[in-house]
Design a protein around this ligand. Sequence first.
Ligand SMILES: [Zn+2]
Length: 175
Amino acid sequence: MTDPVVPPIPLSLRHLPTQGELIVPWITPRTADGRDLFGSVDRDRMGRALLNRWCGVCGRPLEHRAVLLMRLSDLPRRCSSEPALHPWCAEYTSKACPMVAGRLEHYRSAPPRLDTNMLSAPDAAARQGAAAEPWFAVWLAGYRVITDHGNLAASYADTGWLRIRPVTWRHLNIL
Ligand SMILES: [Zn+2]
């Protein structure tokens, strides 16, 4: 399926590889045969990003504000196993990623083929074929690293959030 939306690549992301004019996030795994698995995460890089407070998109240290891109159903747990992002990297992702941007109506119905060092989203099996959800940008001044369902996660349960903004709510005609 082709996705016609190709946002301009910010200068801060020009060091990353691209595929189809979209940048490949630092955390996206590449298989031994050269496929970039958008939507999956490199297990080693996920842990390093969470523990070192690096951005999951550009791989560089976070600054005084970080953004977690989260699904509606994940908000009550106030944590995400996907690393926090620079605000500008979250902005790019919210346009470039077809799922976050609300351009897909359903999750993929079959899991991608992963190498052993890769991790699908912890609840990927439950999401297969499910209707897409609204996404939110959760702005944080900081987070605590916890273990959630056996995976490291960035939690703001103790630290609180600065603001929570809908990314895709309006596209889904829920309001
Ligand atoms: Zn970044």
